[in-house]
Design a protein around this ligand. Structure first.
Ligand code: ADP
Length: 264
């Protein structure tokens, strides 16, 4: 919208009824996007009005995982987001040609996020989830500036090394004075398909460790909201654009994710 003043971010206005959660992780591949889309789909299935902003510039995978293959359209000077499973979604990948990598720098990212929040027609949302890039990058700072009331949800695996970086990513909330709503531990054990045993592929205790560390650094109690096991159905659901909370809600991963969604 060349020349016109920036629109206000509706979610940051005093009295906004939309709960905004920024989903963060220390590193990639821990299941941050999978958790985001499943929480969104579970909340939409519960009748909430839900939106997702895919701000993960390096791995914008939210539309595929949600099966949102529509394109955003422009009406007047607002962007209408496509939706899938009752979830409205906008992704940085919808504005880059083909599968080209995004090489934007901080100020452009900030501007893109500003537009995603203010120029997209979200309607009255109950919940907005932001899928952040992994780490403690510029986007986390932008989120804090654009939506100071956004609460941080930290995703980690049980692995100690992963927990350390997740804790670092979460502790950015201290600098930005944001609340950390809780920690989600993903890939917490693989139930053996042949016996009752659980194989702790990534060890144990990472979620608890991050929650305790962040409780100490923030001075506010940070809970572990739940542990999600390794589950082929979760991965398949992501590949097929049908989140496991919908395709197999009572599977171990589906049930864990629905329980976490109920706590938000
Ligand atoms: P991130 O957003 O942290 O980079 P993704 O959500 O893209 O991570 O997940 C990385 C890969 O791991 C994806 O292929 C996803 O399907 C798979 N995955 C994530 N969580 C689980 C799980 N609990 N069980 C099985 N596969 C998982």
């Amino acid at each position: 919208r060349g020349g016109t003043a920036e629109r206000e971010v509706p979610f940051a206005k005093p009295g906004s009824l939309t709960r905004v959660y920024a989903v963060a992780s220390g590193k990639g591949g821990v299941g941050k996007s999978s958790v985001t889309v499943n929480l969104a789909a579970a909340m939409a299935a519960d009748g909430l009005k839900v939106g997702v902003v895919d701000a993960d510039i390096y791995g914008h995978s939210v539309p595929r995982m949600l099966g949102a293959d529509g394109k955003p359209t422009q009406v007047e000077n607002m962007i209408m987001p496509p939706s899938a499973h009752g979830v409205k979604v906008i992704s940085i990948g919808m504005f880059t040609p083909g599968n080209s990598p995004v090489v934007w720098r901080g100020p452009m990212l900030h501007r893109a996020l500003q537009q995603f929040l203010a120029d997209v027609f979200w309607g009255d949302l109950d919940v907005l989830l932001l899928d952040l890039p992994p780490g403690t990058g510029d986007i986390a700072i932008s989120v804090a500036q654009l939506v100071p009331n956004a609460e941080i949800l930290v995703v980690t695996t049980p692995q100690q090394a992963a927990a350390e970086v997740a804790e670092r990513a979460g502790s950015i909330a201290v600098q930005t004075h944001q609340k950390i709503v809780g920690v989600v531990e993903n890939m917490a054990g693989l139930p053996c398909p042949h016996c009752d045993e659980i194989v702790d592929v990534f060890g144990t205790g990472g979620g608890q460790r991050v929650a305790e560390g962040l409780t100490k650094t923030t001075g506010a109690s940070v809970p572990v909201l739940g542990s999600i096991p390794i589950d082929v159905r979760l991965r398949e659901g992501g590949d097929e654009g049908k989140p496991v909370v919908l395709s197999d809600p009572d599977s171990p991963a589906g049930a864990a994710l629905r329980s976490i969604a109920g706590k938000l």
